[in-house]
Write a protein that binds this ligand. Structure first.
Ligand SMILES: Cc1ncc(COP(=O)(O)OP(=O)(O)O)c(N)n1
Ligand SMILES: Cc1ncsc1CCOP(=O)(O)O
Length: 167
């Protein structure tokens, strides 16, 4: 997507976030995050290093990192300048085709690090699989289809929140 198109789409999301009191997140692109006034910038392993991204966004943006292996989890834990990380894909998912599943082992490993940085399990997670993810040690998840394809997305989101908070 070209910058102008992404910024136009982000204007719509920014308006919705403002109305609902939610954070606006931008994926991959620090320049777009800055231009859109985003609250969150999410970086993949092959995106900008955090210091370069922060030089563009400034210090106040929440910066996150994707991790897919044990060594990437270790690096994300140690990385100064990132605020959270994601671990996955826990299961293969049509939302991210062609990615090998990292498995629940990576979720358990992230949990075993018992460190302070917030982290999320991601990939193939739905309400049926949520207990397995919680048992592996996750207390935060990122989901796409489990909410966007739910008959009642608000109820599905509420159920994730309820079960994660009571875990
Ligand atoms: C909060 C959050 N977590 C993970 C992602 C995944 O980003 P994506 O660019 O699709 O995948 P990677 O290449 O980073 O593995 C996200 N967008 N937001
Ligand atoms: C962005 C991303 N990164 C790893 S899996 C994934 C998509 C998760 O989507 P779903 O919750 O539909 O499996």
């Amino acid at each position: 997507m070209e910058a102008a198109d992404e910024l136009a789409a982000l204007e719509v999301f920014a308006d919705a976030c403002k109305r609902h009191g939610k954070l606006l997140a931008v994926n991959d692109r620090a320049d777009i995050a800055y231009a859109a006034g985003a609250d969150v910038l999410h970086l993949g392993q092959r995106d900008l290093p955090v210091p370069h991204a922060r030089a563009i966004t400034g210090p106040d943006v929440i910066v996150g990192r994707s991790t897919h292996t044990f060594s990437q989890v270790n690096a994300a834990v140690a990385e100064t300048g990132s605020d959270y990380f994601c671990v996955g894909p826990t299961w293969e998912t049509p939302t991210k085709p062609g990615r090998t599943a990292a498995g629940l082992e990576l979720v358990s490993y992230a949990a075993s690090r018992q460190q302070a940085k917030p982290w999320f399990a991601i990939g193939g997670i739905d309400l049926e699989r949520l207990d397995e993810v919680i048992e592996a040690g996750a207390r935060r998840v990122v989901v796409v289809r489990a909410i966007t394809e739910a008959d009642d997305p608000a109820a599905a989101a509420g159920e994730f929140v309820r079960r994660l908070r009571s875990a």
